[in-house]
Design a protein. Sequence first.
Length: 148
Amino acid sequence: MKTTGFVMLLVCSALLLAIGQNSGDSGARSTLLALEHAWDQALERRDVKALAAIFDNSLVYVDFDGKLLTKADYLARVKSNTIPMDQIVAEQMSVQMFGDTAIVVGTYRVKGVENGKPYLRRGRFTDTWIFTAGHWMCVASEATPILH
């Protein structure tokens, strides 16, 4: 599948950046932002292989409704999602570094069509990343809807 190859290219590029990053935080920040964008692209395409490469096996995901998901749960949900997402965009991201751990906080927008009606959903997310075995892996994530 052509889109799977594209998303995997994004993920691999971000991982290569991580391997070649200098000791400064700016290289790590750039890599983490690239991984966040690769995550969005993979979600749009329901590319579970690309997502699996981003997530540590111990991933803990707290969903918008408070449900706790494992990596396997999250990937299964993405694979079975029947609501099309035309666009997912992460915005206003900030990265806080703590040695080999980083916290990324930002907002996201999801656009699509559900039951013939367009929708736009917004939320805030917090992702926790660790630098292990030469690359960054997401170990914890949560998403909270922004209700207006």
